[in-house]
Design a protein around this ligand. Structure first.
Ligand code: ZN
Length: 124
């Protein structure tokens, strides 16, 4: 009975593990960007939609960069496509899914920051 062997399930578990790794590295991107820009990170958590980072409110320009750092990390990790197409695909999905301007996404946050920056004018 070949379907009962664990090997058959390996691609499924591999996909889940690489997806979780892509998600974790996405948050690492946010955290590293926040630390580099001097914004204090209060914590990283997990909810049904995935992981999230809680940080101090910074100026819109810094928040814009921090919001884009997560998806950008996934774009860079897509370079691993040759090593693991599954990991490359997981990163592609995270980059795309987080950049879509859906309420609460990184793309939505980045757009709001961009809007705030434009409204503040060149003196900001
Ligand atoms: Zn994110």
């Amino acid at each position: 009975m070949p379907y009962l062997s664990l090997e058959w399930y390996f691609p499924f578990f591999e996909g889940i593990l690489l997806g979780l790794l892509a998600m974790a590295l996405h948050e690492v991107g946010h955290v590293l960007a926040a630390l580099a820009l001097g914004i204090r990170v209060k914590g990283v958590g997990m909810r049904w939609k995935g992981m999230y980072t809680v940080r101090e409110a910074g100026p819109p320009a810094k928040n814009l960069l921090i919001s884009l750092a997560g998806p950008l990390t996934n774009v860079l990790l897509m370079l691993c496509w040759h090593w693991s197409p599954t990991f490359g695909l997981a990163n592609f999905c995270f980059a795309l899914g987080n950049l879509l301007p859906i309420k609460g996404s990184d793309g939505d946050r980045a757009l709001k920051c961009w809007h705030d920056m434009r409204n503040q004018g060149p003196a900001a």
